[in-house]
Design a protein. Structure first.
Length: 189
């Protein structure tokens, strides 16, 4: 079986979803003050570095995912369609939401480079935009037809099940994080 351009783009997009999911989970571990040395696996592990690495990977994969579409012969995408997909040749709304996700991911990575200059409070408020990026990324991943034919969503497709699993995991851990922050605020008073 030969791998098509659309399949390659879809697989790279799924890798981006996995990288974002891992990145958010690592960030949430930091928020919970998790220590892999004190807790499982009882080894020193620099998950801050891993968190940064998964962020860079998510950004690189999120850029590569639409770039592959430039090689598609059936529906011609131009660079302008990737940068400003409002009038893209296929699924403009879902692709625009995907582009918003990419721009937000880039914003989070860029502001992370500037976090010391920005100050912790301002940087942290910028950094929380990753949740909006994830919401846009999950929307794009769930509702875009990988064949670019505007077919109805096949909820039992392996890629859609993977994305839905990542969404559920991030939502569940994110809700635990919000609960933890509320309890911490109550104890601080």
């Amino acid at each position: 079986m030969r791998l098509s351009v659309l399949d390659l783009s879809a697989y790279v997009g799924l890798l981006a979803v996995g990288a974002i999911t891992l990145n958010i989970l690592m960030g949430l571990l930091m928020a919970f003050r998790y220590s892999p040395h004190r807790s499982w696996p009882h080894h020193r592990f620099n998950y801050f570095r891993f968190h940064n690495w998964t962020g860079y990977m998510a950004l690189a994969l999120s850029i590569l995912h639409p770039m592959i579409l430039l090689l598609n012969k059936d529906r011609r995408f131009l660079i302008f369609d990737l940068v400003y997909p409002v009038h893209s040749p296929a699924q403009p709304l879902d692709n625009t939401i995907g582009a918003i996700a990419l721009y937000l991911i880039a914003f989070v990575v860029l502001t992370s480079y500037l976090r010391i200059r920005l100050g912790r409070h301002l940087w942290k408020s910028f950094h929380f935009s990753i949740y909006f990026a994830a919401a846009a990324l999950f929307w794009h991943s769930l509702f875009t037809d990988p064949r670019l034919k505007n077919d109805p969503v096949d909820w039992f497709d392996g890629g859609k099940l993977f994305v839905a699993s990542c969404l559920i995991l991030v939502a569940a851990i994110g809700l635990l994080r919000m609960r933890h922050a509320r309890k911490k605020a109550v104890h601080a008073r």
